[in-house]
Design a protein around this ligand. Structure first.
Ligand code: GLU
Length: 304
């Protein structure tokens, strides 16, 4: 089976399909992106890699960054973090406030915004230079020194991030936030603004495919037990209230972002990243989901 040929065929097929998804309007700066950018990049366990379309162009990874921050928190604190955030799918939109209220300020999981804000708070309490440390982590995982924040995107989200502001205030009122709310929001908006390409993403997240080791086998990011946990949370919670749908259609652990990116992991086989900014009503990339669905269908390659 030649993965490269199969993926090229899928790329051509999906590229030409009509799509009525919408680019996000929740962050004004992201709304300026060309809606028809489309890229895919796959990195295999044997280090073979290939990409199609706009796979070298950087975009705002948004919530995909939550996989980096949970990885950093797990490296620092292990299982202790689960006292402050759960591992259950939320079944709610990523920015919902309702559940947080009636569940006493403990977010369902680290991939909804409330959970990611608690993880941001944990990192702020543990690191001397949290933003620099995050960049260092991403650069170490990807092997690309030039990866950085998009300050315009971070500022744009800061100017309009009223719902996230409400969320940190609610977390604070429940005693589940130690740091100043402005500091937590600032870190969170910057992590979401990380700009990376599909190729950089498939390399950066290869540790989740490779038993915790980076793509060049040089660095152990985390041990196998921790990889199991992160992949499990991606499988059950990576697509907000569409996590069941992604599991049903694609059958791989993954994570989406409202910039239109998706990463998915086939443990022991490959990591793959897609980018197409048109989103469905749940906030997930329409063509990204379709591409990955066809990939696992044509290759009989889901984890199930
Ligand atoms: N920065 C976005 C927010 O907090 C991330 C949402 C996403 O990518 O799902 O609303």
């Amino acid at each position: 089976m030649n993965l490269e040929i199969i993926l090229k065929e899928i790329y051509e097929q999906v590229k030409n399909e009509p799509c009525d998804g919408m680019v996000t309007s929740s962050i004004p700066e992201l709304n300026k992106v060309d809606p028809d950018k489309f890229g895919i990049h796959l990195l295999r366990q044997d280090r073979g890699d290939f990409g199609f379309g706009d796979y070298n162009q950087r975009f705002s990874i948004q919530s995909i960054s939550k996989v980096f921050t949970i990885s950093m928190a797990v490296r620092l604190h292990g299982e202790d973090i689960w006292k402050r955030v759960g591992v259950e799918p939320s079944g709610s939109p990523f920015n919902s406030l309702v559940q947080l209220e009636y569940e006493g300020g403990i977010p369902r999981n680290p991939f909804i915004n409330a959970g990611a804000l608690v993880i941001a708070d944990i990192l702020l309490s543990s690191l001397k230079k949290p933003k620099d440390d995050l960049l260092e982590f991403v650069r170490m995982a990807s092997g690309v020194e030039s990866i950085g924040f998009d300050y315009q995107v971070a500022a744009s989200e800061k100017a309009t991030g009223f719902r996230n502001a409400a969320m940190v205030n609610m977390l604070k009122s429940f005693g589940n936030l130690d740091n100043d709310i402005e500091a937590v929001l600032d870190f969170y908006f910057h992590q979401c603004s990380l700009a990376m390409s599909c190729k950089e993403l498939s390399h950066a997240f290869f540790y989740l495919c490779n038993k915790g080791f980076t793509f060049d086998n040089a660095i152990e990011i985390m041990n196998e037990k921790k990889v199991k946990r992160i992949n499990a949370i991606m499988q059950t919670c990576g697509f907000y209230d569409e996590s069941g749908e992604f599991t049903y259609r694609v059958g791989l652990p993954g994570k989406s972002g409202i910039g239109g990116g998706i990463i998915a992991i086939n443990p022991g086989k490959y990591s793959v990243a897609t980018w197409h900014p048109r989103l469905n009503p749940k906030g997930n990339s329409v063509k990204g989901m379709k591409t990955l669905e066809l990939l696992t269908t044509y290759t009989s390659g889901s984890i199930f």
